[in-house]
Design a binder for this molecule. Structure first.
Ligand code: TYM
Length: 328
């Protein structure tokens, strides 16, 4: 069976973009692959975090993974910092990465822009991400469109290590969903939907109440044409809503266009809101049951134990290949 790895940062409540671009695919893939899903808390600290809030976000993300349908009997769910091999291999990969290639990462440029104090880890972040993936000899990495560049670097680092030392890493492929790989902001549909958006109306949080979801979708920016048609360049707002609708219901964009052919944006937006609520409400109900339960800790303990076994084997191979430590 082939292996999958993916991770999500516990840096605030997830958005509908995180769900449609990532989590939704994870749930679909867990039946056919050996899956490792990670709460990447060490990635989150590349920008300042409040201690107690981070702890809360880690737990909340674990509950959201499960509430979305990740089944711990099929997939391994764990917290990155509970598996020390991630930072160990991350360091080894930093030693073969180049400052120049890291500085070219658009996510680094975006996150460091205009800041006086940028952490070293924000720059070296992609080496840790590569370690996450390579530790499990992953074949496939399901992510949203914004992770493409990091994935290319992961493949480069794996190939470089294999060539320079020993052929120990599987070179992973990226998997991006056909619809929903890049959900855009509801207020500025040329920008990615992001939980760090200052305008709260721009994103839907996975835990927003149905009334709030409806309100945000009703106030989404569209255009004055009044025609429900997919045209990313000239109608980015409507196209984004069509993508959300299609991704939530599984209906094709063409079928949705036909359904709203003689109707205005009011009806269409109501349809989008209903589709989003139908997906998120059951997840929210399960989340509330899980968030304070002990099951969560048992699942994370088991996940870390299993991940440690696999990850430590790879670190041992990498150390040997690089000549670190002693012969035993
Ligand atoms: P993060 O935490 O920013 O996002 C988690 C996942 O959600 C996807 N995503 C989106 N998809 C569609 N539309 C959007 N608007 C949207 N916003 C976010 C992201 O593409 C991602 O799949 N570097 C990663 C975390 C990570 C990782 C890994 C991922 C660390 N190690 C190893 C895969 C494998 C990140 O910051 O994702």
């Amino acid at each position: 069976m082939e292996t999958i790895f993916s991770g999500i940062q516990p840096s605030g409540t997830l958005t509908l973009g995180n769900y449609l671009g990532a989590l939704k695919q994870f749930v679909e893939l867990q039946d056919d692959y050996e899956c490792y899903f990670c709460i990447v808390d060490e990635h989150a600290i590349t920008v300042p975090q409040e201690r107690l809030k981070l702890r809360q976000n880690i737990r909340s993300l674990a509950a959201l993974y499960l509430a979305s349908g990740i089944n711990p009997d099929k997939a391994t769910l764990f917290i990155q910092s509970e598996v020390p091999a991630h930072t160990q291999l991350g360091w080894m990969l930093q030693s073969i990465g180049y400052v120049g290639e890291l500085e070219r990462m658009t996510q680094y440029k975006d996150k460091s822009q205009g800041k006086d104090a940028v952490s070293t880890a924000l720059l070296t972040y992609p080496a840790l991400m590569a370690a996450d993936i390579l530790l499990y000899q992953s074949n496939l990495v399901p992510v949203g469109d914004d992770q493409k560049q990091h994935m290319e670097l992961t493949r480069d680092l794996a190939g470089r290590f294999n060539n320079r030392f020993n052929d120990i890493f599987t070179i992973p492929e990226i998997r991006i969903p056909k619809v929903g790989a890049r959900i855009m902001s509801l207020q500025d549909p040329t920008k990615k939907m992001s939980k760090s958006d200052e305008n709260e109306k721009g994103f839907i949080s996975m835990l927003d109440e149905p009334k709030k979801i409806e309100k945000k979708i009703k106030s989404a920016v569209t255009d004055s044409e009044g025609i429900v048609k997919y045209d990313k360049v000239n109608k980015p707002g409507v196209s984004n809503l069509l993508t959300i609708y299609s991704s939530c219901t599984g209906e094709s964009i063409e079928a949705i266009e036909a359904k709203y052919e003689d109707k205005g944006y009011g009806d269409f937006k109501q349809g989008v809101a209903d589709a989003v609520i139908a997906v998120l409400k059951p997840i929210q109900d399960r989340y509330l049951e899980l968030i304070n339960s002990d099951i969560l800790d048992d699942i994370l303990d088991n996940g870390a134990a299993k991940a440690n076994v696999t990850a430590n084997k790879t670190v041992a191979k990498a150390k040997k290949a690089m000549g670190l430590g002693r012969v035993r």
